[in-house]
Design a protein around this ligand. Structure first.
Ligand SMILES: [Zn+2]
Ligand SMILES: [Zn+2]
Length: 282
């Protein structure tokens, strides 16, 4: 067989480009219309000490005569007692045994809602298990750390007309608090500082504003088990996707990705963060 008959591969395999070209310090600029370029959360962040019953009551309205329906948490009739038999839920008077969530109107046993709240990360908010309406402000358990953000003079694939917002997250390892899976045990923090990218467009800045709110509410990272390495008690991303691949898209966390900003806005909305939350950048 002659060499000419061999199949020839004309396209080179795509190359992974994780980082932007080098940027000199003088080329790093603040993000237009943002007053700061760094955000810190300290270990002293206090949490409001409300009992689970007090939290749940805040979002409930009284129901005089419960309908002939089952509670969708315990599957027992709303007219009868809660089917929840576990620990951590005190007795309740007949008059208060069923409540209606103020905004969406879904009804549950009071004790079932308290049990559900206790099972979650007790963040002061409550989510209707039926329609997912969030009551109160959802906050997470992101450990103390730092978020920096600025503009670098390079464009992302798919965004040739604008520069790039670079976010640098830094979270050091530490000891887990009461809000974490294993209080008192150390947690690791791999791959920090983590660099992330957004186009410096109007929409990209809007996403950044909401990410700052998410950061303040401790919702960007969490402590848990890494889905990529299986390591437990480590800092992990918390359901708001970030782009960590600057110049290619081989990991699925890169560009171009036309739907990315809308996806992030939707993920933030699920966390209870919308444009109204971002009017003030502190
Ligand atoms: Zn129930
Ligand atoms: Zn509901």
């Amino acid at each position: 067989m002659s060499a000419a008959a061999l199949p020839v591969c004309l396209t080179r395999p795509p190359k992974l480009v994780l980082h932007p070209p080098p940027v000199s310090k003088s080329d790093i600029k603040p993000v237009p219309s943002f007053n700061h370029c760094c955000r810190k959360t300290t270990k002293k962040q206090v949490r409001k000490g409300k009992t689970p019953e007090e939290v749940v009551k805040k979002y409930l309205q009284k129901v005089k005569s419960p309908p002939e329906e089952d509670c969708t948490i315990c599957m027992e009739p709303l007219g009868g007692p809660s089917g929840y038999k576990g620990p951590g839920v005190g007795p309740v008077s007949k008059a208060e045994s069923v409540g209606q969530l103020a905004q969406c109107g879904h009804q549950y046993h009071f004790q079932c809602l308290v049990a559900m709240y206790n099972n979650g990360n007790k963040d002061g908010s409550l989510q209707c298990p039926t329609c997912k309406t969030i009551y109160g402000v959802k906050t997470g358990n992101q450990p103390a750390g730092k978020m920096e953000y600025h503009v670098i003079p390079h464009s992302l694939p798919g965004h040739p007309d604008c520069k790039t917002i670079r976010i640098i997250y830094n979270i050091p390892p530490g000891i887990q608090g009461p809000e974490h899976p294993n209080p008192g045990k150390p947690f690791t923090a791999r791959g920090f500082p983590r660099h992330c990218y957004l186009p410096d467009s109007e929409k990209g800045r809007k996403v950044l504003r909401l990410l700052l709110v998410a950061w303040d509410r401790r919702l960007i990272f969490s402590v848990g088990t890494s889905s990529t390495t299986g390591e437990s008690d480590t800092v992990i991303w918390n359901e708001v996707h970030h782009k960590t691949e600057f110049g290619s898209n081989l990991t699925g966390h890169g560009f171009p990705d036309p739907g990315h900003l809308d996806n992030v806005l939707e993920e933030l909305r699920v966390q209870g963060i919308t444009e109204e939350d971002a009017v003030v950048e502190k």
